[in-house]
Design a protein around this ligand. Structure first.
Ligand code: URA
Length: 241
C-alpha cells in the first residue's frame, strides 16, 4: 500500500530536526529525492519507494520501532506522570522522535521486560483479552509456596473481585519462609500476580517480568536500558495479530 507523506514529516520522523530546521536543510539543497535535489520540504514522497538522500546519505526509513526495555523499579509504565519519571523518559535520545508508548503496564515497583512501540495496531492486538500472550514472571514471595498453590493456579484462582484467572503455570524454584518462583500467566489483569498470591494467603516481595510471548529479557540488559527487537522477534509478535 502506498504511504504518501510530506517530505518534512518523513525527515522529522527520522530524527532530522523540527519542520523549520528541515525546511532550511532542504532549501540549502542538501536533500535529494530519486537522484534530484529538491527545494520544497512540503513535497509529497513515498518513503518506502522513493530514494531519499540527506547530505549524501541514504535514508533508511522506519515507520515503526519496537524496543525491549528492562524497566527499573520506581518508574511508571506511562508516557506522562505528574509525580514520577516514566519509562518514556528512559528512552534513548535517538528513539525519542518515534513517540513510543508502553505496551501494557508493569507496576511502579515491578521490574523487567517491557515492550515500547509506536505501532498502535500491534499494541492493541497484544493487549486484547482474546489474544492469550503468555507472560512469565520471576518473584520472591513472603511465605512457603507449595505444590498445592501450583494446583490452585493451574485450575484458575479466584481473585478479590470474583474474577477467576485462566490456568497459570507455577514453577517453584525454592520453597521456604521466603520462596522463589516463576509464574506464567496468559492474561494481564490489574496487579494480577500480586493478587493471585494474595488469594492463596501470600505476599509478593519482588516481581520481575522475564518473558512475554517469545521475547526474553537477557541478563546483560541493565535496568533502564533498552534495545531494538530483531526482525524475527517482531515477526514472533505479529503471530498474535
Ligand atoms: N502482576 C502484578 O501484580 N504486577 C505487575 O506489574 C505485573 C503483573
Amino acid at each position: 500500500m502506498a504511504d504518501i507523506q510530506r517530505l518534512d514529516k518523513v525527515l522529522a520522523n527520522s530524527g532530522f530536526g523540527t519542520r523549520k530546521e528541515i525546511k532550511k536543510l532542504v532549501k540549502a539543497g542538501r536533500v535529494m529525492v530519486d537522484g534530484e535535489i529538491v527545494k520544497d520540504s512540503s513535497m509529497h514522497v513515498d518513503p518506502e519507494k522513493n530514494e531519499i538522500m540527506v547530505e549524501g546519505e541514504k535514508l533508511e526509513y522506519k515507520k515503526y520501532i519496537y524496543l525491549l526495555m528492562n524497566k527499573p523499579a520506581g518508574v511508571v509504565s506511562a508516557t506522562w506522570d505528574n509525580r514520577y519519571s516514566t519509562v518514556v523518559d528512559l528512552v534513548p535520545e535517538e528513539y525519542k522522535h518515534f513517540n513510543v508508548f508502553p505496551v501494557g503496564r508493569l507496576d511502579r515497583d515491578t521490574e523487567g521486560l517491557l515492550l515500547l512501540t509506536n505501532d498502535g495496531q500491534l499494541a492493541h492486538n497484544l493487549l486484547s483479552p482474546k489474544k492469550h500472550v503468555p507472560k512469565t514472571y520471576y518473584a520472591i514471595i513472603d511465605g512457603r509456596v507449595t505444590q498445592e498453590d501450583a494446583k490452585v493456579f493451574k485450575d484458575g484462582v479466584t481473585l478479590d473481585d470474583g474474577y477467576t484467572t485462566l490456568p497459570a503455570h507455577l514453577d517453584i524454584i525454592r520453597s521456604g519462609e521466603r520462596s522463589e518462583i516463576q509464574l506464567t500467566i496468559m492474561e494481564g489483569k490489574f496487579h494480577q500476580v500480586k493478587r493471585m498470591f494474595e488469594a492463596v494467603g501470600k505476599k509478593v516481595k519482588y516481581l520481575k517480568r522475564i518473558k512475554m510471548g517469545d521475547l526474553e529479557l537477557e541478563p546483560d540488559l541493565k535496568p533502564g536500558d533498552c534495545r531494538e527487537l530483531s526482525g524475527e522477534e517482531i515477526d514472533s509478535l505479529k503471530k498474535y495479530t
